[in-house]
Design a protein around this ligand. Structure first.
Ligand SMILES: Nc1nc2c(c(=O)[nH]1)N[C@H]1C(S)=C(S)[C@@H](COP(=O)(O)OP(=O)(O)OC[C@H]3O[C@@H](n4cnc5c(=O)[nH]c(N)nc54)[C@H](O)[C@@H]3O)O[C@H]1N2
Ligand SMILES: Nc1nc2c(c(=O)[nH]1)N[C@H]1C(S)=C(S)[C@@H](COP(=O)(O)OP(=O)(O)OC[C@H]3O[C@@H](n4cnc5c(=O)[nH]c(N)nc54)[C@H](O)[C@@H]3O)O[C@H]1N2
Ligand code: SF4
Ligand SMILES: [Mo]
Length: 722
């Protein structure tokens, strides 16, 4: 028996886990690590099932190559030769603009994803770069890019010190938080109330989070931009504005808000005018206040405007970059992703729908168009890393059919699933416990400065490649070096380039030192670990990988501290409260003030025992409270005569689902969870569960204009009994 500590890699809570292992290295129990200063013993059912997930017999262990309808297990050599031939043929025939890549949600958590995403993108040499960001949080990046000049300058609610928290479109009691690293979010919410603060939840469903709050406010899906503008209007009208950071555009903002009186917006968002004005007053009066908006405010038609207004309200009420308000984390590793160059977008546009590039990417919502539509720049080959777009993208079924038309597809993924079944080659990364872990990105959005490294618990077997090695091999192949070059060569190149940059940055702890000398001093068992050591040594706390190896329970780096001036990199050097791109989009919002709401709209619903599309095969997580049902308000169900099953139809498609009347959901709204609809027999537990793909209903033709983000909430639908 032995004990090992390790970060749970599944969601943004990055809980510290304490694993007990038997003599054969099998996990016998998983507990939350009580000694961890951030997660303090918390874990959820998914973390508790990490052993089962790791040992899932349906995980792929060797590469697969498809021959017609048959999958062949092959050696890595043969797999990479097939990739080299497949991608090479597409490049030869159609050029590099025929290549596309998709980086899925787990790549935000893996060290390999952090290290090799940029090299892979660069080696592709194509504009067809897609990621989970445009089916998730791109509106936040765009609004931060426009306001602060840095799309990564994402401020988080200072949960542990705030006196007032307004949550919109997030259900952290189930999701455990997102774009806000706060393990045991419910405990932190309860603590706000214990210290006599107030928590208000705005959501079309009375969620578990709403049950923890002082007040729950129903809002019509997709209309938070109106509600928040109503609050902004009230702040100006009642003379409650106190700005204490350097801003431009205050007068323009006031002008923009003029039409969005509480009375005008209540008709659209369904929140009474009196409640809107009261929320404005409460936000202004609280000793400190924070606003937090997530999926329900991002994956909607006015996502960027909504995310902008979240930060605007914090600024107008004097709650930005100060304790208890919205604040920025400071990571243990050097922030190499911050370029200091003012953010721009729309540097190119997608070929078919002319949607703007954001952060070097195009929207997932237009990937099917780009595969299906002939012409120069049509996508003929796709690389996916950790994505299951057949289930996770808007109109997933159309995209899955488009995958079938590709000349070549290669997926880095541990499962044969609804997406990877279309691949020519599947390259499986090793098991979770064989993989070292450090959350480079999550630490940028933590509610407390904090760091933790988890070394691999089990070594790789001789016939295995780490995920970083797999990605490095793809980079080498795409760069024209062929399938036989060892990946370590690329590690050295990537680390060398980063050290070269770090030793030239004035003020960096490595400034003025020789890159070669620093490289000699780096320690780590793999490329990503060496990179981590380099970034810790060039980070602000003077740490190293050796320090973190000594502290398996993590290192507390203290409460968040004000740091806005060091992050703002707009042309003006000030926070832009009314950047022109947003101002232009407000005109589109204003027009909607007069448009009647659809009779029924669809929203999503996350479930405790799953994570998007990929934990459905873990036996201990199957069953229980997770069910793929359509929640309908009982009055609507009675009026429509909905009993056992209903047929739900949208502009994109239709599904048949069991109905679950529930008074937690507001009239005119129905909710269906995402991530269901597994059909691939290779996942024995998941495919036996049934359930439908909600993304057969979501409409890829509608996006948030500014960010290209997909719209999963507020989708117009019709329902009838069947
Ligand atoms: N209707 C609706 N749709 C949604 C959402 C919604 O709220 N409603 N939410 C959206 C959001 S927020 C997101 S982030 C996306 C997620 O959508 P995707 O980015 O497609 O991610 P997942 O569905 O989580 O699928 C993860 C894939 O990665 C694989 N995987 C797991 N771990 C690893 C690993 O360590 N390495 C590699 N290489 N592969 C791994 C899994 O087998 C699976 O194939 O879904 C979006 N889709
Ligand atoms: N258990 C579990 N945890 C997860 C995931 C999972 O699939 N399962 N996925 C992970 C991922 S990738 C992410 S991005 C995070 C997401 O984390 P959250 O954003 O907290 O996730 P959701 O539970 O989708 O919460 C969205 C809420 O918005 C509400 N909503 C829908 N439309 C609107 C609207 O127009 N306005 C308002 N105000 N509310 C609206 C929904 O009813 C729902 O309660 O969760 C992560 N954690
Ligand atoms: S909340 Fe659950 S899934 Fe998320 S990191 Fe913690 S244990 Fe893992
Ligand atoms: Mo997400």
């Amino acid at each position: 028996m032995r004990t090992a500590y390790r970060t749970c890699p599944i969601c943004d809570a990055i809980c510290g886990l304490r694993l007990s292992l038997d003599n054969d290295g099998r996990v016998t129990s998983v507990q939350g690590d009580a000694a961890d200063p951030l997660s303090r013993g918390f874990l959820c059912a998914k973390g508790a099932s990490l052993g089962a997930l790791d040992a899932d017999p349906d995980r792929l262990r060797v590469p697969l190559v498809r021959k017609g309808d048959e999958w062949l297990e092959v050696s890595w050599e043969e797999a990479f030769q097939t990739v080299d031939r497949g991608l090479g043929a597409v490049i030869d025939e159609h050029g590099r603009q025929a290549l596309a890549v998709y980086f899925g949600n787990p790549t935000y958590h893996t060290m390999a994803g952090f290290m090799y995403r940029t090299p892979l993108t660069q080696s592709l040499g194509s504009r067809h770069v897609y990621s989970a960001a445009t089916i998730d949080q791109m509106p936040k990046h765009v609004s931060c890019g426009l306001m602060f000049g840095d799309p990564f300058a994402v401020a988080v609610p200072d949960l542990d010190r705030t006196d007032y928290l307004l949550i919109l479109g997030a259900n952290p009691a189930v999701s455990n938080g997102s774009l806000c690293v706060a393990p045991d979010f419910p405990r932190r919410l309860k603590a706000i109330r214990r210290r006599r603060g107030k928590v208000v939840v705005v959501d079309p469903r009375r969620t578990r989070t709403a049950d923890l709050a002082d007040e729950h406010v129903f809002v019509r899906p997709g209309t938070d931009a109106f509600l928040l503008f109503g609050i902004v209007h009230a702040l100006f009208a009642e003379d409650l504005v106190t700005v204490d950071v350097e801003v431009n555009g205050l007068t323009e903002l006031r002008r923009l808000a003029a039409d969005f009186t509480a009375r005008a917006v209540e008709k659209v968002c369904g929140v009474p005018a009196a409640v809107i004005s009261r929320l404005a007053r409460e936000l202004a009066a609280a000793p400190s206040a924070a606003v937090y908006g997530r999926i329900g405010t991002c994956t909607v038609e006015f996502g960027t405007i909504t995310q902008w207004l979240v930060d605007v309200i914090a600024i107008l009420t004097g709650n930005f970059d100060r304790p208890g308000g919205l604040m920025f984390a400071k990571t243990a590793h050097a922030e190499i992703f911050r370029t200091g160059v003012p953010y721009t977008q729309g540097n190119w546009h997608s070929r078919v729908r002319e949607l703007p590039e954001t952060m070097g990417e195009l929207p997932v919502a237009t990937l099917a168009d780009e595969i299906e539509t002939p012409g120069e720049g049509q996508v003929h080959a796709l690389v996916t890393v950790a994505g299951n777009l057949a289930l996770s993208a808007p109109n997933g079924p159309r995209l899955a059919a488009a995958f079938g038309e590709l000349d070549f597809m290669v997926c880095v993924d541990p499962y044969l699933n609804e997406t990877t079944r279309h691949a020519d080659v599947i390259l499986p990364p090793p098991r979770i416990l064989q993989t070292p872990h450090y959350d480079f990105l999550e630490q940028t959005i933590a509610v407390r400065n904090y760091t933790r490294f988890s070394p691999a618990i089990h070594p790789l077997e001789p016939n295995q490649l780490s995920e970083a090695e797999i990605m490095a091999k793809l980079v080498l192949i795409l760069s024209g070096y062929g399938p036989d070059v060892p990946p370590a060569a690329l590690d050295e190149q990537v680390i060398g380039a980063i050290l070269d940059a770090m030793t030239r940055i004035p003020g960096s702890p490595l400034a003025g030192r020789g890159a070669a000398e620093v490289r000699d001093g780096l320690r780590g068992d793999s490329g990503p670990e060496l990179l981590l050591d380099a970034l810790l040594k060039s980070g602000p706390y003077g740490l190293s990988l050796a320090h973190l190896l000594d502290k398996p329970n993590g290192v507390d780096l203290g409460p968040l501290r004000p740091r806005l001036p060091e992050l703002v990199c707009t042309e003006s050097g000030r926070v832009e409260l009314a950047p022109s791109a947003l101002t232009d989009d407000v005109a589109r919002l204003r027009e909607r003030l007069a448009v009647p709401a659809p009779e029924f709209v669809l929203i999503g619903r996350r479930q405790l025992r799953s994570n998007n599309s990929w934990l459905h095969n873990v036996r201990p997580l199957a069953g229980g409270s997770n069910r793929c049902t359509l929640q309908v308000n009982p009055a609507d169900a009675a009026r429509l005569g909905l009993g056992g099953r209903a047929l739900v139809r949208s502009a994109a498609g239709e599904v048949e689902v069991p109905v679950e009347p529930s008074d937690t959901i507001m009239p005119g709204v129905v909710s269906l969870p995402h991530g269901w609809g597994q059909t691939e027999a290779a996942q024995q537990v998941a495919s036996a569960k049934g359930g439908v793909n909600v993304n057969a209903l979501t409409d890829e033709s509608v996006v948030d204009t500014l960010s290209g983000n997909a719209v999963f909430n507020g989708v117009p639908i019709s329902i009838r009994p069947c």
